[in-house]
Design a protein around this ligand. Sequence first.
Ligand SMILES: Cc1cc2nc3c(=O)[nH]c(=O)nc-3n(C[C@H](O)[C@H](O)[C@H](O)COP(=O)(O)OP(=O)(O)OC[C@H]3O[C@@H](n4cnc5c(N)ncnc54)[C@H](O)[C@@H]3O)c2cc1C
Length: 377
Amino acid sequence: MSPEAGPAAEPYDYLIVGAGFAGSVLAEQLRSAGCRVLVVERRAHVGGNAYDTYDDAGVLIHPYGPHIFHTNSADVFAYLSRFTEWRPYEHRVRASVDGQLVPMPINLDTVNALYGLNLTSFELEEFFASRAEPVEQVRTSEDVVVSKIGRDLYRKFFQGYTHKQWGLDPSELDASVTARVPTRTTRDDRYFTDTYQAMPRHGYTRLFQNLLRGIPVLLNTDYREVLPVIAHRHLIYTGPVDAFFDHCYGPLPYRSLRFQHETHPVAQFQPTGTVNYPNDYAYTRVSEFKHITGQEHAQTSVVYEFPQAQGDPYYPVPRPENAELYRRYEALARTRTDVTFVGRLATYRYYNMDQVVAQALTTARRLLSREEAAPVT
Ligand SMILES: Cc1cc2nc3c(=O)[nH]c(=O)nc-3n(C[C@H](O)[C@H](O)[C@H](O)COP(=O)(O)OP(=O)(O)OC[C@H]3O[C@@H](n4cnc5c(N)ncnc54)[C@H](O)[C@@H]3O)c2cc1C
C-alpha cells in the first residue's frame, strides 16, 4: 500500500492520520464516495489497538490486549459485516478472589460460592439490599458499588482492581468507571449482554485490510513528517488531541499498559478468556487468546496486563478535572475548521470499538454532506 502516484499539484481531498477503526472507517466511507484519500500511520501496521497477528508459535494474538467485539447497534454490525465474516463469541471472565475463580460480573453463583450460601435470585436481591450502604449523592466509582452491593464485595472485587488499573482509589474516579460493570441476581455469566457478540472470523487485521482495500496507506510515518509535502484539502486526525496542539495546556492524563505475552506448551491455560486478579499481583488480568479467537492449536498464548502511568496512551482517565482540561483542547479543536478530530484519543472518550465505528460513520456523513453543499472540484 503506497501513496497513489499522481500529479504533485493535485491535492488529496483527505489526509487521514491513524489507521485504527476511526481512520479506516472514514477512509473507506470517503473513498467510496469518490474522494481522494491518503492514510498515514505511525505504527508498522494498520488496525490501531485492535491489530492482531500470529506470534512465533503460530497463535493469533492481540498485541495491544484482548479486543472483544460487542454492540447493540444493528447499523454498526451490518456495516462491519461488509468487511468480515463473524464467529459467534460470548466473553466470560472469572475473578480470582479468596482462593476461588468466581464469575465476574458478580452474579448469583459468585455470591453463593464466596459466602458458602445457596441463595435464590430473589434472596440475592435481599442480600445486596441488606449490605448496600446509603450514599446521598452517587458521584464516584466507590459510591456506585457500595450503594448497590455493600463494602465487602466492593473490597473483594473493585477496590484493588480499580487501584491497579487507574493508579487511583475508586473514590477519586468518576462513577462511570465502575458503572460499566453490572451486578446480576441471575446466573448469567456472560461479560457483555449486547445483542451482537462476535469476533471477526479471520481476525481484525484482515477486517482492516478489507476496509482499506485500494486506499493508499503510509505506514511507519508520523503525519508531521509528511504534512508539509503532501497537499490535502482537509486533515482527519485520530491521534491524541493534546499531542496535536503540542500539549499547550499541559498533557491530558492517559493510563498506559505493559503487556507481557507468553506461550505455554498446553492446549488450555485457564477456564475462560479472561481471569481478573483484583487483589494479588501487579497485573490486573490474564487473557488467553484461543478462547476468544476459537483457534485450535496444541499450544496456547496468554497476555498479562500491567497498568502504568507512562507509555502509549490507552485509556483517557475519567476524572472531572481531566474532562475540564479536555474541554479546553476541544475549544481549540473547534477553531481548526481545516481539521476533523475523531476517535478515542482525539475526542478523549473511553469508547469501545463499536462506538468509534459509529462516531466515524456519523463524521463521514457530516463531511460528505458538506461536500455536497460545496463540492470538491
Ligand atoms: C487494552 C485495551 C483493550 C480494549 N478492549 C476492547 C474490547 O474488548 N472491546 C472494545 O470494543 N474496545 C476495546 N478497546 C478499545 C478500542 O481499542 C478502541 O475503541 C479503538 O481501538 C479506538 O480506535 P481509534 O481509531 O479511535 O484509535 P486507535 O486504535 O488508537 O488508532 C489511532 C491510530 O492513530 C495512530 N497515530 C497516533 N498519532 C499519530 C501520528 N502522529 N501520526 C501517525 N499516526 C498516528 C496510532 O498509531 C493508532 O494506530 C480496548 C482498548 C485497550 C487499550
